[in-house]
Design a protein around this ligand. Structure first.
Ligand code: FES
Length: 181
């Protein structure tokens, strides 16, 4: 039986990895950007991609997993193309985040932590997104903030994403904009 192909950087990610090593002062500092690149290419951080990154970074897989699981923008399991994360902490709760979550569930016909059958969306309830003054808040794919949500706004966001419109740019674009640490 043929064994499953193990993850390794694509030529493009390898090129970016080498470039990042020249751009950051220490190898450790490259961990977050390289995890972004791997995720952008594979949609999520598979266990073997984490092992591979650890090997290339001279870190333990446990350390890479620990860092990846700390940040809500990283995906440690398969998710939809667009991950809708709605904050449910106090400010957002008081300003209607439960209604937002219920609306998204009904509109997409999924439960929390599920993926739509077409693979387009998944929905998650998350902790404070650090934008409590503009609650309720939703972020798409860990980057794209939508604040002071209303049901109409949520519908517009979903309508746009269904057409892949206004989807937040990929890592390459973010790094060139300077919006990535
Ligand atoms: S409580 Fe929702 S962003 Fe802080």
């Amino acid at each position: 039986m043929a064994s499953e192909k193990k993850y390794e950087f694509s030529p493009e990610v390898e090129k970016r990895f080498q470039w990042l090593l020249t751009r950051y002062p220490t190898k450790d500092a490259v961990l977050l950007p390289i995890l972004h690149l791997v995720q952008d290419e594979n949609k999520w951080l598979t266990p073997d991609s984490i092992e591979y990154v650890a090997k290339r970074m001279d870190l333990s897989p446990a350390r890479v997993r620990e860092v990846a699981s700390f940040y809500t923008m990283f995906r440690l399991n398969q998710k939809g193309q667009y991950v809708l994360q709605v904050c449910h902490n106090i400010s957002c709760y008081l300003r209607g985040s439960d209604g937002v979550i219920e609306h998204i569930k009904k509109r997409l016909n999924i439960k929390e932590n599920e993926i739509t059958p077409d693979g387009k969306f998944s929905l998650e309830r998350v902790e404070c997104l650090a934008s409590c003054g503009t609650a309720p808040v939703l972020q798409v794919n860990g980057w794209d903030y939508h604040e002071e949500l209303t049901i109409e706004k949520v519908d517009r966001i979903i309508d746009d994403l269904l057409k892949d419109k206004n989807a937040y740019p990929d890592y390459e674009k973010r790094i060139s904009e300077g919006s990535v640490a």
